[in-house]
Write a protein that binds this ligand. Structure first.
Ligand SMILES: C[S@@+](CC[C@H](N)C(=O)[O-])C[C@H]1O[C@@H](n2cnc3c(N)ncnc32)[C@H](O)[C@@H]1O
Length: 265
């Protein structure tokens, strides 16, 4: 498995994550819980919670004492627990969830399935811990298409360094198309998987802010950018700005994720 999947790439501070991809997290979380029909009274599990974007929205909707969250990244677990007192936040991986069968009404994973070491095992565990009739849901970026920031970033990277094609998340990430997600859900025995597009956006004060967030962020795009020496890194920066067609005025970027929701038989 590539170093940019799994947990290594997320052993960073929550603040680094928040300023880059985490900027889209709260809006995506609201869209995901709507697509999943999360409703008052339910008990929810957030798998691959990171610093807690989805956990926070679940906590607002259900109450902190009805929400459990889990992630293998120690700094993220610590940040999520600190930010959301009352939520049961655990360190651990999707592939071995430390919960009895049928513990939750709804189990969700936001932007995490494609980072799992073994996604079929992880989704199988999500199903196991959810009660019959409950929902298992996930959202994954449309890396190959309309996640604007990452698509333009990898296009710029490949234009200055053809070898970056192997690291392009649009090619390297598994389970980032509707067909793959639907198949993953069906293979896990989840009934009637429904895939939909969730489109959110995020605001930037200008291109300098975007570039700082990326260079001081976390995840595969940051790992690639900071691996470059100064001269190609400056060319990447220029190419990205050109590709986005933005300057120092504030702007918004849209990002599309695919959501999949299935029912436990
Ligand atoms: C892109 S972040 C998403 C974090 C958060 N859900 C959000 O929406 O902001 C991906 C998360 O998946 C976690 N992760 C990686 N491998 C995992 C695994 N095997 N099981 C559960 N989570 C995993 C990472 O530690 C990281 O927190």
């Amino acid at each position: 498995m590539s170093e940019t999947r799994g947990t290594a790439t997320f052993r960073t501070s929550a603040e680094a994550y928040d300023r880059h991809i985490g900027r889209y997290g709260p809006a995506l979380a609201r869209a995901l819980i709507e697509a999943t029909n999360v409703s008052a009274g339910q008990r929810a599990l957030d798998v691959g919670c990171g610093p807690g974007a989805l956990t926070a929205v679940l906590s607002e909707a259900l109450g902190a004492d009805r929400v459990t969250a889990i992630d293998p990244s120690e700094p993220f677990v610590e940040a999520c627990a600190r930010r959301l007192p009352g939520v049961d936040v655990r360190a651990g991986s999707a592939e071995a969830l430390p919960f009895p069968d049928h513990s939750f009404d709804v189990t969700l994973a936001q932007l995490a399935v494609n980072f799992m070491r073994d996604p079929p095992a992880g989704v199988g565990e999500m199903r196991r811990v959810t009660r019959p009739g409950g929902a298992v849901a996930a959202a994954v970026w449309d890396y190959a298409g309309e996640m604007t920031l990452l698509r333009r970033f990898w296009d710029a990277a490949v234009s200055i360094d053809p070898d970056a094609a192997d690291r392009d998340e649009g090619r390297s990430m598994p389970y980032c198309t509707p067909e793959e997600l639907e198949g993953l859900w069906r293979d896990a025995g989840l009934r009637e998987p429904a895939v939909s597009a969730l489109v959110v956006d995020a605001e930037y004060g200008g291109f300098d802010e975007l570039w700082y967030s990326l260079e001081h962020g976390s995840g595969p795009s940051t790992a690639y950018a900071v691996s470059l020496p100064p001269e190609p890194r400056a060319r990447l920066r220029d190419e990205l700005r050109r590709g986005l067609g933005v300057g120092e005025d504030p702007f918004r970027l849209t990002a599309r994720a695919w959501a999949v929701v299935g029912t436990v038989p």
